[in-house]
Design a protein around this ligand. Structure first.
Ligand code: IMP
Length: 192
């Protein structure tokens, strides 16, 4: 089955293709001639995932899925959440985003946080959502150099190291995205 992953991020496409055991013919946006920026203007992670998948389904008429992820910090009322990529500004600078959070949380004892990924899948016009959550804490300083985004300041529960101190294969076994993708994969396998 051909299925489009509504993402221009080549490493994410490769990662998900690998998790799918190459059982589907996974296409990226460039494969279907979509080079425009897909709107992500909804106020929630779920809403943005749906908006991206629906955009591709309606405009390009392909079965597809889209993901959206955010870091939700309890004491900040769930921020940065849907604003995660641009928390410190339009430049999407990961270091600036982390510095903003570290300074907002300086001295605070409640450091509970979670990463949440929502995948919206649209097959023949019907939509399903798959969610992956990893609970943890925000460290008081950056630790580690692997990964991307907020990895250096997030330590998942049950581990002594930040996501950025784990190698990619270790993080990929437990991450929010891996959990959501494995639910998606299990569902897709039932369609075959
Ligand atoms: P996206 O929806 O996957 O583009 O993620 C939005 C933003 O959340 C990214 O720009 C990152 O700042 C952050 N993010 C998403 N996934 C991760 C992760 O696995 N580790 C750290 N930060 C992440």
């Amino acid at each position: 089955m051909n299925i489009v992953f509504a993402s221009g991020n080549i490493s994410k496409i490769k990662e998900i293709n690998h998790l799918l055991d190459n059982k589907f013919n996974l296409l990226g946006l460039q494969d279907i001639g979509c080079s425009e920026e897909i709107p992500e203007t909804q106020p929630t992670i779920e809403g943005n995932a749906s908006q991206k998948a629906l955009y591709v389904y309606e405009k390009y008429h392909h079965n597809c899925f889209a993901d959206d992820t955010g870091l939700e910090i309890e004491v900040l009322g769930g921020r940065p959440g849907v604003l995660s990529a641009r928390y410190a500004g339009e430049s999407k600078d990961a270091n600036a985003n982390m510095d903003k959070i570290l300074s907002e949380m300086r001295g605070l004892t409640n450091r509970r946080a979670r990463f949440k990924t929502v995948i919206s899948l649209i097959i023949d016009g019907k939509e399903k959502h798959f969610e992956g959550v990893v609970d943890g804490i925000i460290l008081s300083a950056k630790q580690g150099t692997q990964g991307f985004g907020y990895d250096p300041i997030f330590k998942p529960d049950g581990y002594t190291r930040s996501f950025a101190e784990m190698d990619i294969s270790e993080k990929n076994k437990i991450s929010h995205r891996a959990i959501a993708v494995s639910k998606l994969v299990e569902y897709l396998k039932t369609l075959q």
